[in-house]
Design a protein around this ligand. Sequence first.
Ligand code: PLP
Length: 402
Amino acid sequence: MKIPMSSPIITDADRQAVLEVLNTPNLSIGPRIEAFERAFCNLTGAQHAIGVNSGTAGLHLCVRAAGIKAGDLVLTTPFSFVASANVILFENAIPVFVDVDPLTGNIDTDQLNRAAEDLSLGGDLARQWLPRQLPEGCEEHLGAVKAILPVDVFGQPADYDHINAIARRYNLAVIEDSCEALGGAYKGQPAGTLGDFGVFAFYPNKQITTGEGGMIITNDPDAANFMRALRNQGRAPGDTWLQHTYLGYNYRLDEMSAALGLAQLERLETLLENRAQVADWYAKHLAKIDRVSPPGLADSTTRVSWFVYVVRLDASINRDRLAKILEHRRIPVRPYFSPIHLQPYMVKAFGFQLGDFPVTEELGKRSLALPFSGAMTEEMVVEVCQALAEALPASEVSASGR
Ligand SMILES: *Cc1c(COP(=O)(O)O)cnc(C)c1O
């Protein structure tokens, strides 16, 4: 049985929806994106939704809308997919990483609070939170802390009661990277609506897919208008096709993608239930295996939107050796996440070192994403768990004489 790392579920209705677009002259900037945006407002209760061609593009527009400029500081997490930090670099702003909570992998709000306070005081207190090395010219012209960019890791919202309290105290914007959490909830509130801006993504491994795509939601009408303009090459309302009020981008979501997204969104509940069922099967079958723990859930998570299934391995297991053995048995796995601060370009730009964010590094070393999608059967889950159990003894740290 071939088990893929992830796989989208595409139905005949999805195919039909895309085909219908191809029989119209409107392949971009048409009725489908508007309908897709309206559907997101209805789903989340947000007042504005802006469709874009990737989650990364959506996050970038939020960074621009929050007024983040070169040299400004943005508090964020190193335990994420790189895009959440990259959008800060796109504007030559500086990511101030804050380590994460070991249970959930979400930003640690006690440390976040201390970071925000120390940065507001300045001097040596502030310096300890900043990267070791700053880009040329930044040392003299260091901007203010402008925003917090938390990530809802693996489908579980971060702790927004605390994040928003800190944001209010220090007058910061909150950009919620909810690219992994569509359908999740924090104390009953939908993921994506917990900060000033929320962003979802629709790459094929996400809860719904458009191939490539993303959606921003916000209740701020001015920011929404600005982001709509930036998405469309900087054309403000009233601009003609060749008039550009702002420096913008082509971040538009095309009509075929929007049609697919709309069709998928109509089945969101079913898609989420399928995924939750697979997560339940994993929990059941992993319970019999020592030294492998299921994902940790916070009490504040009233609904997990299962995005990936990431287990944590005991310290006696060499994760990379285990991954190799499993790959050999044609069970695909991934080391989620490889810490952002240790990516080569980050080390080069900011001088981060191993040991800078110990919880993130530990999670990065001990975590393994198992194959996961709503299309998996219980048989597949059993096969993965069996392979895992069998591979564990040969993956012990001592097995190679270390
Ligand atoms: C998927 C994802 C994104 C955005 O991804 P795109 O591929 O640009 O759509 C951003 N942040 C996180 C945490 C993600 O998982």
